[in-house]
Design a binder for this molecule. Structure first.
Ligand code: HEM
Length: 409
């Protein structure tokens, strides 16, 4: 991990960081114990150019530089998951992007989240009820996976009976053939694409039908909100709304699942931190921020260089894919005192768990509310728990998440 980068046939670029190209590429995917690797990336200069066409932005300053310059590092077309049009607003650059955010931000503002907090609490308690007296559960499968989708059903005014259908649509895009996109070696690529394309069509058809219904009979839900919302005198088109709904399924469900599994795996192994939450729920908002920093469940976001440029001395050609390591930036000592300690008493915590720049997470207030309410309700009812003896933690590749997290109490 400590050699200078030497892509075949090229001289190492100044500031090109360190690590073999295989180390660097593997480092983006293997998330079992990523923080020591992130430290190496930062200590090595904060930017890696392991192979022609790929750069990894790691230090906080380089990451900020990329995220704050969407004209040079675009997110246009970098995510292709069966969608037939660009994802809104993720695949749009300013100035088009701004109009959509002006419209969408108020629908996910903290005040809106205050109004649905009781509903979020009822939904998480539904899943806790099912396991509380049992003395143990598969936390991933029995709470972390279904809960965020159940919250979305509420937001969209859809009945509980739609839960399985929702989970199927989400998984058809994110886990076509049963494997995550980064673990899909086992699934034939053509079959994977077929499943994704079919699921994408199902998603468009599904939301089209619900929107027809809401057009006839508006309700107090987010889909009816989309139909009525206006920005600069313009209403969203039906395709706009479908492209937004498609992105919500990808961006708003697994991310919360992943965060919950990482948080509870950490807390199950760190009784002192767990007790701080159980004994003093007022610490929960700070604990959520600190665990988002430390775990960084969305460890990186992709960008594409639109022109020739340079990152901390590393030349970047147009067309280079830049992986922005939010996880590395979140342990940069230039930003965080004692970055390798998990401390719920940090006074300031400007973490990048929700990204940064114009594409910073639209759903951050919703995500925070889901995470806070789950920590509060779970620890109120099940304050002491641990990993099931003999169970091993298996972290998925690509997004940091614990598969089959077995807890006992
Ligand atoms: C803990 C849970 C979550 C995490 C860690 C997370 C993380 C992120 C990150 C890192 C980005 C930036 C992507 C980029 O720059 O390329 C992002 C964007 C986004 N997130 Fe989240 N997210 C979470 C939950 C949610 C939820 C619940 C929603 C539901 C509305 C959501 C909707 C979005 C959308 C629509 C974008 C794109 C924003 C834009 O392009 O302007 N996210 N999220």
């Amino acid at each position: 991990m400590t050699q200078q980068v030497e892509a075949e046939g090229t001289e190492p670029a100044p500031g090109a960081g360190y690590g073999t190209s295989d180390d660097a590429l593997e480092g983006l995917l293997d998330l079992a114990d990523p923080q020591p690797r992130y430290k190496g990336w930062i200590d090595g200069g904060g930017v890696l150019c392991p192979i022609d066409g790929l750069a990894i932005a790691a230090s906080r300053s380089v990451v900020d530089d990329v995220l704050r310059h969407p004209e040079t590092f675009t997110s246009r077309d970098v995510v292709q998951l069966g969608n037939v049009r660009p994802l809104i607003p993720l695949s749009l650059d300013p100035p088009d992007h701004l109009g959509y955010r002006k419209l969408l931000d108020p629908l996910f503002a903290p005040k809106r989240m205050d109004a649905i907090e009781a509903d979020i609490a009822a939904r998480v308690n539904h899943f806790i009820d099912a396991v509380a007296d049992r003395g143990g559960c598969n936390f991933t499968e029995e709470l972390a996976v279904p809960f965020p989708s159940a919250v979305f059903l509420g937001l969209m005014g859809l009945p509980w009976e739609e839960l399985d259908n929702f989970l199927r649509m989400k998984d058809g895009i994110i886990r076509p053939g049963g494997a995550t996109l980064m673990e899909a070696e086992s699934v034939d690529p053509a079959e994977r694409k077929r499943i994704q394309d079919q699921t994408a069509q199902d998603i468009y058809d599904y939301f089209n039908a619900v929107l027809d219904e809401r057009q006839r009979r508006p309700e107090d839900d987010i889909l009816s909100g989309f139909l009525q919302a206006e920005v600069d005198g313009r209403r969203l088109t039906r395709e706009d709304i479908l492209d937004i709904c498609f992105l919500f399924l990808i961006a708003g469900l697994d991310t919360v699942t992943d965060s919950l599994t990482c948080f509870f795996a950490f807390l199950a192994q760190h009784p002192d931190h767990r007790r701080q939450i159980a004994e003093n729920p007022a610490v929960i908002p700070a604990a959520v921020e600190e665990l988002l920093r430390w775990e960084t469940p969305v460890p990186g976001v992709p960008r594409m260089a639109t022109t020739e440029s340079e990152l901390a001395g590393c030349p970047v050609k147009a067309g280079t894919m830049v992986m922005v390591s939010l996880g590395a930036a979140n342990v940069d000592p230039a930003e965080f005192a004692e970055p390798f300690e998990v401390r719920f008493d940090r006074q300031t915590n400007r973490h990048l768990g929700f990204g940064g720049g114009v594409h910073r997470c639209l759903g951050s207030h919703l995500a925070r509310r889901e995470l806070r309410v789950t920590l509060r309700e779970w620890h109120r009812r099940i304050p002491e728990y641990s990993l099931k003896p003999g169970s091993e933690l298996h972290y998925a590749r690509g997004l940091r998440s614990v598969e089959n997290l077995e807890l006992i109490w």
